[in-house]
Design a protein around this ligand. Sequence first.
Ligand code: C2O
Ligand code: CU
Length: 424
Amino acid sequence: MAVDRNPDPDVVEIDLFAYPAMVELDGKSIEMLTYNGHFPGPLIQAKVGDEVVVHFENQTLEPTTIHWHGLRIPAEMDGNPRIQSPVRPGERFTYRFRVPEAGSFWYHPHVRANEQVERGLYGPFVVHDERDPVYDAERVFMVDDILLGADGIAPFLASHPEVMHGRNGNILLVNGEEELVRLEARPGSIERWRLVNTANARTMRVRIGGAASVRVIASDGGLLETPYAVPELVLPVGQRYDLEVRYGTDPVELTQIVRTVDDQGNLRYVDIDVVRASLSGEPRADRSIEWPVRDARAPRDAEREVTLRFDGVNGPNGIEWRINGAAHRREPLFTFRKGETVKLILINEAGPEHPFHLHGQWFERLRFGRLSDTEPGLKDTVLVPGFETVEVLAYFDNPGRWMAHCHILEHAELGMMSEIVVED
Ligand code: C2O
Ligand code: CU
């Protein structure tokens, strides 16, 4: 956990240093990149309205930035390397922003992200709200995979599947560990689990076995108005879901997350237990969670409709991933007015999936592929499966220049990167 060195209760002030460190993985000592020597980086916690000050120093050999994924902060603090010139080796930069909303977020670089994130630069960022329901425990699970070769992290963009589908690892990690995560809990406890998929490309599937009840209570944009139960959670890269997990009172009961891993689009699944809870002690008193009643957001209708087409073509240097016919587009894809509500029609014209991520704004999912199902909750990332169309309603409330890209980091680095401008 990052140490807050500011005595003011409304200011969180921390130091972050990026530097190489050796990490034990797969029985080997692997050179990774870390924040403050930790993989994943330290948990940053704040409460709604706090000012966050991060004194960052780059002690790696490459330029980098930090992007605060999901936080609706000013564009100059968002780690966009087109706005903030990347922090060069040996240099410092102070990120300073106010956190406007509660939820489960994360941070990672936005320069050669496919390499820097894979090599270990990411960490969790939780914003609390004093009105949040109170749980017996809160836990963060950062789910990742990593591709190791004979001597450490395998070379980047070196295989056709990696260029096509993004990099799928051969080791699965939760909070940097390949071993089963073991939890201790009292029977009958109710916990909040914050799940973040930090893999470069792999969509994770999460099923919980053995718990008395599990429901989804939050999405990228914080608590839902109405929690819901699902048999299996699809967790694309970049996205977050919070689960409320209630243990039974049977003292020998085990709870586990079962990750069903989809290996590059083919249907061979591998089930892997990643979390096991052993219950001991006196059962907690049966209780129900008081769900906070929030002022309902006023419904907003689309004032405009725009289309984003995702495709890939063979360019002079190999495959280029494009949005609306351009790879690494320099000029803005669209310009909106602050406060504008826009329907984005996301059309995937090829087979590989694209988790589309928009910085600095929220959207809601209206339509997903052939299903006309909306999904409750605010999001900043949505999966657009191969040859499918997904529609979202985006609320462009945060002015500035914002990155809009595929969160499969290889696709982004190979061109699927653009910018949307919101005029004040
Ligand atoms: Cu998680 Cu543009 O980033
Ligand atoms: Cu993509």
